[in-house]
Design a protein around this ligand. Structure first.
Ligand code: DMJ
Length: 639
């Protein structure tokens, strides 16, 4: 510091400067200002600064530094691009969400959970380890492991979980009539047929092409294979197709490779792969399913490295780079995609003892609960950069659907403790009832879409899941609301049934309209197809379980017959291009969700209520059962 240097021939400092009193005063003022600046600067240094650790409490520093290392490692990762997926510019170089994501109370809970959990799974004491794609974990640089790493590794208590279930997972097998049993056996046979053909012609590919008898890979899963295996596992198990379940399990053990380097839909990988693996672990206790789910879950984390923590839709599973879908307005993220992670991510935290997964989805919840909603509605496109809506299209069908589903199911899965989710669901449903629920001239109740205040009188097949969802919510409501919602659920399910009943094949179109004299029918050629989707039978299953009105079984059986007649081909089941033609042309695709959902829901429709009881399980949006928290999840992060 130049002002302190000793001048030649002068006595020592401070008198040495030979200043007069006012000058001395000014000098001291300057000096104290300088010192204040230097001290303050310590707090502006990067998170990893040693100085900062001297002044901040220990816990806060650890959290800040883990955040910063995640950011830098993600930014330096490289990408190998698959040219088929449309995208917006890569996000890896963006600044990471600056402050710890979750609100203070949640952060405290998560820290407590982390302390209870001990070291994260698979982190060897004293070693350096980076989670794929940039999230960093405890990395003792000194070689002296911190106290928490010396504890025993976290282990999920599977036996305790099984004891907490109120019903045997495959039911107690009592009180069924022969016709119901025969119908259930028929559906089991359909599952076996779908699986056997997939196994014979497409094992290891994502889907079966039943006409050409080969496999399809596609570009939705980032190089992951075996979507049909993973989606089918829990259905095979529940249907007691033991040999087939072992075949599927063996493929997972020997051939399911997670070291892939392609671009995947975060949403699809989560609902199909993570959901399927988690469900199968909970059903069977086989470690392989848990460890694959956790490994894959970690690969998804870099998608959350955005300024708001709202993940982008596409992620390269190798490099961790992420993008928004090219077709999504202005680089936005899709409500039904980032809003459909909550159930699975809480379970990833529960099974690993690592709160990071719960933190990510609780942050999404926080952003969504704070953002202003036009008329109380949630538009489908949100910017992951600013956290505000990009355009005002609202739909309970595609782009919005499972966000609403996960609100009510989050509350149920938390054993009704997550009251924030319940309130968000109730408020959203109230706005939907007020602005979107309509009755057609012919008396059919439907849920329209909303485009900046203008209604589009159309329902997608996807929107037909809402009958089941609203019934499930109603079941846990009281008084007038319970009755109103149960009626609404029944009316919507009935409208969706009409969309099937009014077609020549008795299968429903991709979308149907209520305008220009049309009621519950597709009016455009491009909306006439049926790709083995589950949403209508999903609602039948819930309505059956919650009302026991025999018409739902009757309607479900109509679907079984129609599938057999129009979709069953020599080597599997295929979608059809036109539900209004009795000589339908097949699309040559056996979707994996046909095995995960359509056949599972049909089977459950003809089971006793204690098979995958709604008292023990919630189904993720791909029909993979996840357990309700009767045992107080440690890392669930509920406020
Ligand atoms: C499934 O993958 C899931 O149900 C998803 O939520 C919506 N679409 C398909 C089936 O139609």
């Amino acid at each position: 510091m130049v002002v302190l240097r000793k001048l030649p021939g002068m006595p020592g400092w401070p008198a040495a400067l030979g200043l007069r009193l006012p000058q001395k005063f000014l000098f001291l003022l300057f000096l104290s200002g300088l010192l204040t600046l230097c001290f303050g600067a310590l707090f502006l240094l990067p998170d990893s600064s040693r100085f900062k650790r001297l002044f901040l409490p220990r816990r806060a520093t650890a959290s800040a530094s883990s955040s910063s290392s995640a950011s830098s490692s993600s930014a330096s990762s490289s990408s190998t691009r698959d040219t088929e997926l449309p995208r917006s510019p890569p996000a890896a170089a963006e600044p990471r969400h600056a402050s710890p994501a979750a609100p203070r109370r949640l952060r405290e809970k998560l820290r407590t959970a982390a302390r209870m959990a001990g070291p994260p799974a698979r982190t060897a004491p004293g070693s350096r380890q980076q989670v794929q794609g940039g999230e960093s974990r405890a990395q003792p640089a000194s070689g002296v492991p911190p106290a928490r790493e010396t504890r025993a590794p976290f282990r999920f208590d599977y036996e305790r979980f099984r004891r907490s279930l109120r019903h045997p997972v495959r039911g107690g097998r009592t009180g069924e009539d022969p016709e119901t049993r025969a119908r259930r056996m028929k559906i089991k046979e359909m599952m076996k047929f779908a699986w056997d053909n997939y196994k014979q012609y497409a094992l290891g590919k994502n889907e079966l092409r039943p006409l050409t008898k080969n496999g399809h890979i596609g570009n939705m899963f980032g190089g992951l294979r075996g979507a049909t295996v993973i989606d089918a596992l829990d259905t095979l198990y529940i249907m007691e197709l033991e040999e087939e379940f072992q075949e599927a399990k063996q493929w997972v053990e020997k051939s399911f490779d997670l070291n892939v380097n392609g671009e995947a839909s975060l949403f699809e990988v989560n609902i199909r792969y993570i959901g399927g693996l988690l469900a199968t672990y909970y059903l069977t206790g086989e470690e392989v399913f848990k460890s694959k789910a956790l490994e894959l879950g970690e690969k998804l984390l870099p998608a959350f490295n955005t300024p708001t923590g709202i993940p982008r839709g596409v992620i390269n599973l190798g490099s961790g780079m992420s993008w928004s879908w090219g077709w999504a307005s202005a680089g936005s993220s899709i409500l039904a995609e980032f809003g459909t992670l909550h159930l699975e991510f809480l379970h990833l935290s529960e099974l690993s003892g690592n709160p990071v997964f719960a933190e990510k989805v609780m942050n999404i919840r926080r952003v969504l609960s704070r953002v202003e909603k036009p008329q109380g509605l949630y538009p489908n496109f949100l910017s992951p950069v600013t956290g505000s809506w990009v355009q005002h299209h609202v739909s309970i069908g595609g782009l919005g659907d499972s966000f609403y589903e996960y609100l009510i199911k989050s509350w149920l899965m938390s054993d009704k403790k997550d009251s924030e989710a319940k309130k968000m669901y109730d408020d959203a449903l109230e706005a939907i009832e007020k602005h979107l629920v309509k009755k057609s001239a012919g008396g059919l109740t439907y849920i329209a879409e909303w485009r900046g205040g203008i209604l589009d009188h159309k329902m997608g097949h996807l929107a037909c899941f809402s009958g089941g969802m609203i019934a499930l919510g109603a079941e846990h409501s009281t008084g007038e609301r319970r009755q109103r919602h149960m009626e609404l659920a029944a009316e919507i399910t009935s409208t969706c049934h009409e969309s099937y009943a009014r077609s020549d094949t008795k299968l429903g179109p991709e979308a149907f309209r209520f305008d220009a004299g049309s009621e519950a029918m597709a009016t455009r050629l491009s909306e006439r197809y049926y790709i083995l989707r589950p949403e209508v039978v999903e609602s039948y299953m819930y309505l059956w379980r919650l009302t026991h009105d025999p018409k739902y079984r009757h309607w479900g059986w109509e679907v079984v017959q129609a599938l057999e007649k129009h979709c069953r081909v020599e080597a599997g089941f295929s979608g059809i291009r036109d539900v209004y033609s009795t000589t339908p042309s097949h699309d040559n695709m056996q979707q994996s969700f046909f095995l995960a959902e359509t056949l599972k829901y049909l089977y459950l429709l003809f089971c006793e209520d204690d098979v995958l009881s709604l008292e023990d399980w919630v189904f993720n949006t791909e029909a993979h059962p996840l357990p309700i928290n009767h045992t107080d999840f440690k890392a669930a992060g509920q406020p």
